[in-house]
Design a protein around this ligand. Structure first.
Ligand SMILES: Nc1ncnc2c1ncn2[C@@H]1O[C@H](COP(=O)(O)OP(=O)(O)OP(=O)(O)O)[C@@H](O)[C@H]1O
Length: 230
């Protein structure tokens, strides 16, 4: 288990040296947003030197109070948002489950899997197998032909998660993945995570709070713009 580094100085930490066991390393990440603060717009810092690493086969929880910057850090890790400073090193393939599902309202679940499978360059046979397994594992096969705009919030969350899991990526970054799940689905979710961890996949889970601490290898808290090991 590796410790999550804390930057003690105000300048960003240098990138971590290469390590074959490490799949993700973010060092010295800074991000500020422009906001209106009377009497003029100002840059308000959210991340001030956050460091985060993820080893092969590790399940890490990223917690922090509302507005602490969890989603901001996640978006920087996946390349959806540019950091003001700092580095992000990734090894392997990445799956991202955003907090707000990014789906096409008029497409069915099946059509989403087809579309994403094509984007991931999966073969038809592999896509078929992975899609059926995800329907079964998350329990939503009966909605295969239902359009996204007709799904319940929980089923939409299953589709959102399923699309991230589809290509079986080395690193899974999940932003509040189980917020809309019922108890049964929550248990299934942890079964999926355990299977992937056993195969050396790494999972980073963002959550407001951690209910089952024993399910994680490590918990990291975002506070005052930095990541602290708990
Ligand atoms: N595009 C943006 N422009 C301006 N401010 C933003 C933007 N996105 C986020 N923020 C602000 O940055 C801070 C961190 O937001 P972020 O969504 O990263 O926090 P979070 O820890 O994920 O919050 P939550 O637990 O509520 O989901 C918040 O104060 C938020 O208002």
């Amino acid at each position: 288990m590796s410790a999550t580094a804390q930057t003690s100085a105000d300048r960003p930490a240098p990138p971590l040296p290469p390590d074959p066991a490490r799949l993700l390393a973010a060092t010295g990440v800074h991000k500020a947003y422009q906001r209106w603060r009377w009497p003029r717009p100002r840059r308000v810092p959210v991340l001030m030197g956050a460091d985060l690493s993820l080893e092969r086969g590790e399940v890490v929880g990223l917690v922090g109070e509302n507005g602490s910057g969890k989603t901001t850090l996640m978006r920087i890790l996946v390349g959806d948002l540019a950091a003001d400073a700092g580095t992000v090193q990734l090894t392997g393939t990445l799956g991202y489950c955003p907090q707000q599902p990014v789906v096409y309202p008029r497409l069915t679940c099946d059509e989403h899997f087809e579309l994403f499978g094509g984007a991931y360059r999966m073969t038809a046979a592999r896509l078929h197998e992975a899609r059926l397994a995800l329907y079964e594992e998350l329990g939503f096969e009966r909605f295969a032909a239902t359009r996204a705009d007709q799904l319940s919030g929980g089923t939409l969350a299953k589709l959102n998660l399923g699309l991230a899991l589809l290509p079986d990526p080395d690193i899974l970054l999940l932003d509040e993945p189980y917020a809309g799940f019922d108890w049964d689905t929550y248990q299934k979710f942890w079964g999926l995570v355990a299977q992937r961890r056993a195969r050396g996949r790494s999972v980073l889970i963002v959550s407001h709070f951690i209910a089952d601490q024993q399910r994680f290898d490590r918990i990291v808290t975002l506070r005052e713009g930095r990541a602290w090991s708990v």
